[in-house]
Design a protein around this ligand. Structure first.
Ligand code: SAH
Length: 487
């Protein structure tokens, strides 16, 4: 097949790739078409030609798919944040369910029939907009040299100016504008990756959807900012009460117990490294509290579990879905009150505290010391005394505790970052022989790889359930219940 770069072809899209791209064939030649929706017939421009397949992007939709919707965000095609906003939410959920299933079959080597027999229906969102409680906006300059903040365009570090992302909280726009206006008035330069010069790198905003607390953390290439008090003045001067009144009704519909948003914590993160890591290691509070508070409902009793969250700590980005996720994980753990449970990759101890309410003793392990400080505080805040936290790598702490202290586990919960569990961690889990393992994963490819190791080590998958935490994007969370075969 002789296709060339920039050539235009008509293609019918009959599949979706893992990154959300449409897949179709022209005369037997496979094309991966960016921004095409399954079911579309499109005119596509070829962007890259390989021997057996090529890449293209949509020029014109000739016949729209029944699953195609008008993307709500005008910057959708440029921005790298959302990949499948042009697909109806119902179809996005089917895509995510299939993605989990296909990874388990292809990477995990499980049979289709078996996976279908253990898979429960994916848990979707009631409202797939304004769901994120956290955003990190890069600050820089556009091509004309204007100071901008927004999002990186897909696969690049060019900033698309956008202060009003539809996935985030509505007041983020005012916060970003306040920081930009402080920078302009005080001649504070944005950081420039190429030269390593300039000051402001990123703006992190976190909102407690239940508490209404807002955290703003400005990441700076240096120890301090000029006229820091001016920045604080701008941020605490934002008319949040007016905004609350304006958007209150809509937010009340989606947020139970919403008490109105308020500025709670303003801090500066020192990051002078020339790398892609957003946050620096040192944080200094400029105003207010060092942390924000939020809570997630423990469904068996309806009570709220409260959390302190510091700038460096991980906290799930979609609190409404997190409530469902944690309660499924808890249900899968099948606790009676007698169990010893390990919660690996525990962050600020969110899942650990849910488990502690139903188990005899819980141990949490997490690599970020600030998160463990939050976790200990959170145990106290909720009056839980049967939980103990350890700072360190799961793959080091667990073997050490097992080999030296002979600790045991009835249930192990893991919730690793995208790269999945370390081999040594899986190996130790197998040696500890817990009755059940609950695996919470944000990447079903590494999940599938790790499930193969666990099942080869004497365990079997009992239940798999997707929970959509990230509408508009190709990401999906998965919870799996794995049981020891001889129990
Ligand atoms: N269970 C928590 C956090 C999950 S995110 C929650 O639901 O909120 C994954 C966590 O793993 C992050 O907090 C990250 O800091 C931590 N982490 C990353 N690598 C780790 C490792 N090797 N050992 C222990 N924790 C690690």
């Amino acid at each position: 097949m002789d296709y060339r770069k920039n050539e235009k072809v008509t293609v019918q899209i009959d599949d979706i790739g893992n990154d959300g791209e449409g897949i179709g064939k022209v005369d037997g030649y496979t094309l991966f078409v960016k921004d095409a929706v399954i079911g579309d017939t499109v005119e596509a421009k070829i962007t890259k030609v390989k021997k057996n397949y090529g890449y293209a992007r949509v020029e014109k939709v000739i016949k729209p798919s029944p699953f195609r919707v008008v993307p709500k965000c005008a910057l959708y095609r440029q921005c790298g944040g959302c990949q499948i906003q042009a697909m109806s939410y119902e179809r996005q959920l089917i895509f995510k369910q299939d993605k989990i299933k296909n990874n388990l079959i292809r990477i995990g080597g499980f049979s289709e029939g078996f996976i279908e027999s253990v898979m429960e229906p994916i848990v979707g969102m009631d409202n797939p907009w304004h769901y994120r409680n956290k955003a990190q906006y890069p600050v820089g300059y556009d091509k004309e040299g204007n100071l901008v903040t927004g999002f990186y365009a897909g696969r690049t570090h060019d900033i698309i100016a956008n202060t009003d992302c539809l996935l985030g909280a509505s007041e983020n726009r005012m916060i970003l504008e306040a920081v930009l206006s402080y920078m302009k008035e005080n001649n504070v330069p944005a950081y420039q990756e190429k030269s390593g010069k300039g000051l402001v790198r990123h703006i992190l905003i976190r909102t407690g959807f239940d508490s209404g607390d807002i955290m703003v953390c400005v990441v700076v290439n240096g120890k301090r900012l000029p006229a820091e008090e001016e920045l604080v003045k701008k941020l605490i001067g934002i008319p949040l009460a007016e905004n609350n009144a304006k958007v209150g009704i809509r937010q009340k519909e989606v947020m139970d117990g919403f008490a109105g948003k308020r500025m709670t914590s303003i801090s500066l993160s020192v990051n002078t490294e020339r790398n892609n890591v957003i946050m620096g290691k040192e944080t200094r509070t400029l105003w207010g509290s060092d942390y924000i508070e939020d809570s997630i409902r423990f469904l068996p009793t309806g009570e709220k579990v409260k959390f302190h969250i510091s700038p460096l700590s991980f906290y799930q980005v979609n609190p409404r879905q997190t409530e469902k996720l944690y309660n499924i994980a808890l249900d899968y753990a099948g606790l009676s009150g007698k169990e010893t449970v390990w919660d690996l990759y525990c962050g600020i101890g969110t899942i650990s505290l849910f488990l502690a309410k139903c188990a005899k003793q819980v141990y949490g392990v997490e690599i970020v010391p600030e998160a463990i400080a939050d976790a200990r505080e959170n145990a106290k805040l909720n009056g839980l005394t049967n939980v103990e936290f350890h700072v360190g790598k799961a793959e080091e702490v667990l073997p050490e505790k097992y080999e030296k202290e002979g600790i045991r586990a009835d249930v192990i919960v893991v919730d690793p970052p995208r790269k999945g569990c370390d081999e040594k961690c899986l190996e130790t889990m197998l040696m500890m022989r817990p009755e059940r393992i609950v695996y919470v994963s944000c990447d079903s490819a590494t999940l599938a790889r790790d499930l193969r190791v666990l099942t080869d080590g004497g365990y079997e998958i009992k239940k798999v359930r997707g929970v959509d935490q990230f509408g508009g994007t190709v990401h999906v969370e998965t919870v799996v219940l794995i049981q020891r075969k001889d129990t």
